[in-house]
Design a protein around this ligand. Structure first.
Ligand SMILES: O=C(O)[C@@H](CO)OP(=O)(O)O
Length: 248
């Protein structure tokens, strides 16, 4: 049996401001830093240990991983960074406040943009300064790999290919793995691992900073999963994520 840990980054500045974030590289808030440290302490207290870590190229997930490893006295654990674990690209919505967007376009439209499986938000214009082609960290990507918007389906495709090429072989070689990533890149992985239907993934929300443990069989088929946290606190945090798209 293999055990892996999925962890969404701690609260970011734009989580606090309730803005669509996507590939925008915002940092953690003080609360986010504390969430990450608490996750590290909880993992250590529960006897978890890691040989290898995977994360995105966005600092909220990277810093969360650093803080976890620091709390576990494991800063030497090798880290693989990949853009394929980045948050879903939120296109032209990036930067907009979710509640204001719901007030303007309707809660249903925002719900579809946030949670429908195959609908992508409006794309960034090629001339937009936020285009990933302007960002040095994506220099090695082929132009057709650079998203200007993504549906969750698009995110699943890149996360699943990274899982198959990089993460799954490491787990099968016996490495104990932690993945720190983002709300929607983790939803994408969960959909892929649990073979959730396009309908079932719509209702799934992942809270910040609470380790999600997956137990996998020899073929990496999930046996069970659970959050490392008090169930009531987890349920409230999940509901709070769902509610971010309400007009208020
Ligand atoms: O804004 C985003 O990039 C994501 C994660 O914070 O938000 P949502 O939960 O709305 O998909």
């Amino acid at each position: 049996m293999h055990k892996i840990v999925l962890l969404r980054h701690g609260q970011s500045l734009w989580n606090r401001e309730n803005r669509f974030t996507g590939w925008t590289d915002v940092d953690l808030t003080e609360r986010g830093v504390e969430e990450a440290r608490a996750a590290g302490r909880a993992l250590k207290a529960q006897g978890f240990d890691f040989d290898l870590a995977f994360t995105s190229v966005l600092k909220r997930a990277i810093r969360t991983l650093w803080l976890v490893l620091e709390e576990m006295d494991r800063v030497w654990v090798p880290i693989h960074n990949s853009w394929r674990l980045n948050e879903r690209h939120y296109g032209a919505l990036q930067g907009l406040n979710k509640a204001e967007t719901a007030a303007k376009y309707g809660e249903q439209q925002v719900f579809l943009w946030r949670r429908s499986y195959d609908m992508a938000p409006p794309a960034l214009e090629p001339s937009d300064p936020r285009h990933p082609g302007n960002d040095p960290r994506y220099r090695a990507l082929r132009p057709e790999e650079l998203p200007v918007t993504e549906s969750l389906k698009d995110t699943v495709a890149r996360c699943a290919s990274y899982w198959n090429e990089a993460i799954a072989p490491a787990i099968q070689a016996g490495r104990r793995v932690i993945i720190t990533a983002h709300g929607n890149s983790l939803r994408a992985l969960v959909k892929y691992l649990d073979r959730l239907s396009d309908q079932d993934i719509v209702g799934l929300n992942i809270p910040t900073g609470i380790p999600l443990v997956y137990e996998l069989d020899q073929d990496l088929k999930p046996l069970r999963h659970y959050y490392l946290g008090d169930p009531e606190t987890v349920a409230k945090a999940v509901q709070a994520v769902a509610n971010q798209g309400l007009a208020r």
